[in-house]
Write a protein that binds this ligand. Structure first.
Ligand SMILES: N[C@@H](CCC(=O)N[C@@H](CS)C(=O)NCC(=O)O)C(=O)O
Ligand SMILES: N[C@@H](CCC(=O)N[C@@H](CS)C(=O)NCC(=O)O)C(=O)O
Ligand code: FES
Lengths: 95, 95
């Protein structure tokens, strides 16, 4: 479907993607974690997309088996090529 | 209002009350915490009440200043009279 293709494109083009909801505390924690680690994810707030939000959530479930938020995609190869993987791993290792 | 009176009555008649949402992980954590502590709260799932859910959430905000879930009410005097306060406090102290 068109929506499925756009999700794959989003994940493909961005090293870190977080599908989130603005009022969800688990989602907030993941977003602050990345901020603390100096990583700038692409954040997609599913509750701010009107009727497309639930549709996106269904597409994510088809693609990943996960129907919950936060839904996090990390492209470690991309991060490595940007030189951002090692800093991320060492900081995570320090936590 | 009638809804406000019914909330006050609920809190008055039950030593522990949790206003919750079924799909919210913070709410789930609070419910499991009480379960681990051997306390049986009255749980009200705001997302299972149709249009009354958001209305209740507004009443709770009027009464407590808190508009988020989980919204937890503990009547320590009632728990003490039931002999449930000391076990609760000692178990919390052990965590
Ligand atoms: N253990 C999972 C919990 C995920 C979860 O239950 N998320 C909730 C929100 S906190 C959810 O997506 N519920 C269904 C929904 O909001 O559509 C995690 O850490 O990601
Ligand atoms: N720090 C607060 C966070 C409360 C919070 O932000 N709750 C969220 C859900 S996790 C909420 O109620 N958002 C607005 C809503 O769902 O109506 C707590 O621990 O209770
Ligand atoms: S933690 Fe409450 S909605 Fe996610």
């Amino acid at each position: 479907s068109r929506l499925e293709e756009s999700v794959k494109k989003t994940i493909d083009e961005n090293p870190v993607v977080v599908y989130s909801k603005t009022w969800c505390s688990y989602s907030s924690e993941v977003k602050s974690l990345f901020k603390r680690l100096g990583v700038q994810p692409l954040v997609i707030e599913l509750d701010e997309l009107g009727p497309q939000g639930p549709q996106l959530q269904k597409v994510l479930e088809r693609l990943t088996g996960q129907h919950t938020v936060p839904n996090v995609f990390i492209d470690t190869v991309k991060l490595y090529r940007k030189g951002e993987l090692e800093p991320l791993l060492s900081e995570v290792g320090n936590k």
